[in-house]
Design a protein around this ligand. Sequence first.
Ligand SMILES: Nc1ncnc2c1ncn2[C@@H]1O[C@H](COP(=O)(O)OP(=O)(O)OP(=O)(O)O)[C@@H](O)[C@H]1O
Ligand SMILES: O=P(O)(O)OC[C@H]1O[C@H](OP(=O)(O)OP(=O)(O)O)[C@H](O)[C@@H]1O
Ligand SMILES: [Mg+2]
Length: 284
Amino acid sequence: MPDQLRIAVPNKGALAEPASAMLTEAGYRQRKDSRELVLVDPDNRCEFFFLRPRDIAVYVGEGTLHAGITGRDMLLDSEAPAEEVLPLGFGGSTFRFAAPNGSGLDVADLAGRRIATSYAGLLRGYLAERGVDARVIELDGAVETAIRLGVADAIADVVSTGTTLRNAGLETFGAPILESEAVLIRRNGDPERPGFGQLARRLRGVLTARDYVMIDYDIHTGRIDDAVALTPGMEGPTVSPLHREGWVAVRAMVPRRAAQQIMDDLWDIGGRAIFITDIYACRL
Ligand SMILES: Nc1ncnc2c1ncn2[C@@H]1O[C@H](COP(=O)(O)OP(=O)(O)OP(=O)(O)O)[C@@H](O)[C@H]1O
Ligand SMILES: O=P(O)(O)OC[C@H]1O[C@H](OP(=O)(O)OP(=O)(O)O)[C@H](O)[C@@H]1O
Ligand SMILES: [Mg+2]
């Protein structure tokens, strides 16, 4: 179909499973077998291509695919003409320098040294901006081992929990080079394609449904202003009459992580019958 939206999804690695889970939550078909490389979703008029996360920005930048999910670090590393449209809230990591424990290295000391990385584009850009003339050693992965094997003096790599660094006897130094997470991307300046806006809205809806809950409670009209201050909602809360003189029912979205505190605060100002429910899906 000519107006089909072609979407790239990571086939392996840290982003593959959460990206597919998010698309499923957004109502798209996803593959059941991890060896499937292409999947057509005729109901949503789109086609999914399961590709290496590192290659996704390249396909999207070339315009052969219309949308993609990859890491911000991989998008920037690729230098492909593609842009971030929406951060997706998973695959969070920082890209950092590291060296052996106690080495006392700093970014200013890197001139003339060897730095191993699998993100050479990102690293070269960072060094060039700061005028540091270091030698970049490009490796495919497991770069933490490069120092012990005498190939590099420092590394620049993805750090999530920090376990891999610790196990290799390394510690970070300098400010983080980049804060990364999974992002929705499209080609630079791509005109709005059928289905792209819908994809972005659906993914935004999933993020909201994950981050917010619905709160319902009853309160005396005398305290309604205090209650609304605690639960302002998106546009303003829904306030409905109760079949009880002087009382109203209030309904609003609140951040999930604040929900318990808001329930306590509502209780303290006289709110009763306070319920929290999950949001299954939404468009705001
Ligand atoms: N341990 C991790 N936790 C969270 N995000 C991570 C982690 N490792 C990598 N990422 C992020 O996931 C994205 C893809 O990296 P990933 O390691 O999955 O790909 P890769 O290195 O090309 O594949 P592979 O590791 O299979 O060779 C990057 O944006 C990266 O920042
Ligand atoms: O801080 P941590 O939680 O330990 O995670 C960071 C590690 O995860 C990634 O490795 P991956 O498993 O993708 O292997 P790779 O080095 O071969 O890409 C990354 O390259 C780090 O090595
Ligand atoms: Mg990796």
